[in-house]
Write a protein that binds this ligand. Structure first.
Ligand code: HEM
Length: 410
């Protein structure tokens, strides 16, 4: 049985290799079982131990293997994630075609934003307060290792079931006449649906909650952290952004009408998402042989769209690709990308793109506005610039910034 499996796997690998090779697609050589993982891990390890200057040329550090193979095999190449064949495409035409109060004190903002984003997603999606103790998913998924242990899986399962039970109890006691209109309420509703075939299992419900929490928290955490450090580095843009916030909201709380007027902040958010995309790539598996441009992609092949590679491509963005220039987005995303939708895709593309995009941008606008209303932010001398891919794009050594109160009476 074991031998048969090895034979099948080897044949599939050979088949995918020959099909792609016959179409002129090259890539790093396959090593049995490991594919290119060992080489990639080695490059990642070397890159992450090297110091980096405070520049936005992060691609060679965050994805050194992809960077080197893109240059060697000219943008589209076949690599091996273990035994999984992955076609990396960074040609936007191909991508589009397939998927139409701490005055003056130093603060580590990544952790601060972790608390904020956890609170926001906990309250809005699950109706429970993170800070008041409903730490449903209070697990550093990266540290907890993937796949997560049985013990952690059980902890998450139990906490989700606890809040589900609370909703159930409210309906049973008559305190509420439905399960709620937030994300959790909708899921619990589906779970209780009479039709056995359509209803979700408990495990589905728990899995949906985990995915939603992770998608909604880690990503915005990353966006806010990098946006704040960019504002701290580029004080001219910090001043412009603050002037806009004060003009729109003065020192008052933000409101939905004002949100639409925050053009400079929107440009800054877009430029942050371009240079520091929280999700650095999306992968799709070919279910049925399909034509992509001039290539014929066989079943089982995975197509890897490296968002970070597209966003750092000088052919798409110009020689100043690694400079922070929010003015690129002054006339909107379409103009900035020269109407090339796949050149900028921090939220993915097509029908399976991010469902939380507007939510994320609104959350980021509110948080940044509040910071700018109250503080000037500068980079602490202890900050070490080291972006690293840890599921999302994270600062390897945290983000240490200094906050000086503006003394507005808010
Ligand atoms: C800056 C913040 C965010 C970024 C950069 C981001 C990025 C992405 C990307 C790249 C995908 C994959 C799309 C694809 O596979 O083509 C995705 C999917 C998803 N995101 Fe986000 N996201 C963000 C915030 C959020 C928020 C706040 C939520 C929820 C409130 C959310 C919920 C989801 C969900 C549920 C999916 C899966 C969609 C599906 O598979 O159909 N995301 N996101």
């Amino acid at each position: 049985m074991g031998n048969l499996l090895i034979l099948f796997t080897a044949s599939l690998c050979l088949f995918l290799f020959f099909i792609m090779n016959s179409q002129g697609i090259r890539g790093p050589p396959y090593e049995f079982i490991h594919g290119n993982n060992k080489e990639a891990a080695q490059m990642l390890m070397e890159a992450s131990t090297k110091p980096m200057a405070l520049t936005h040329d992060i691609f060679p550090r965050v994805m050194p293997h992809v960077y080197s193979w893109i240059n060697k095999y000219v943008k589209t190449y076949l690599s091996w994630n273990g035994i999984r064949a992955q076609l990396l495409i960074t040609d936007p035409e191909l991508v589009k075609e397939k998927w139409k109060s701490k005055e003056g004190k130093e603060m580590e903002v990544f952790q601060e934003f972790r608390l904020l984003t956890s609170e926001v997603i906990s309250r809005t999606a699950f109706g429970s307060s993170y800070l008041e103790g409903e730490k449903i998913f209070d697990i550093n998924i990266y540290k907890a290792k993937i796949p997560i242990s049985d013990k952690i899986a059980k902890m998450i399962h139990d906490s989700v079931m606890k809040i589900v039970k609370k909703r159930d109890d409210k309906v049973v006691t008559g305190e509420a006449d439905n399960f709620g209109r937030d994300f959790l309420g909708l899921l619990v509703n589906v779970y209780h649906e009479a039709d056995e075939k359509n209803s979700h299992s408990i495990q589905d419900l728990v899995d949906e909650c985990k995915t939603f929490y992770f998608s909604g928290q880690e990503t915005v955490n990353s966006l806010l952290a990098w946006a704040t450090v960019l504002l701290a580095i580029h004080s001219d843009w910090q001043d412009k952004a603050r002037a806009e916030v004060i003009e729109v909201f003065d020192t008052q709380n933000s409101d939905s009408e004002g949100m639409a007027k925050l053009n400079t902040i929107t440009m800054i958010i877009n430029e942050t998402l371009r240079l520091y995309p929280p999700v650095n790539g999306v992968i799709r598996k070919v279910g049925k042989e399909v034509r992509l441009g001039k290539l014929v992609l066989p079943t089982h092949l995975e197509v890897d769209m490296r968002i970070i590679a597209l966003h750092h491509d000088p052919d798409l963005w110009g020689d100043d690709v690694n400079l922070f220039k929010p003015e690129r987005f002054a006339e909107g995303i379409a103009k900035a990308t020269k109407y090339n939708a796949a050149a900028f895709m921090p939220f993915g593309l097509g029908p399976r793109s991010c469902v939380g995009m507007s939510f994320a941008i609104t959350e980021a606008k509110i948080a940044l506005s509040m910071i700018l209303q109250c503080y000037t932010v500068i980079v602490s001398p202890t900050y070490v610039h080291a972006p690293a891919q840890r599921l999302t794009l994270k600062p390897q050594h945290g983000i240490q910034l200094l906050f000086h109160s503006l003394n507005y009476d808010i």
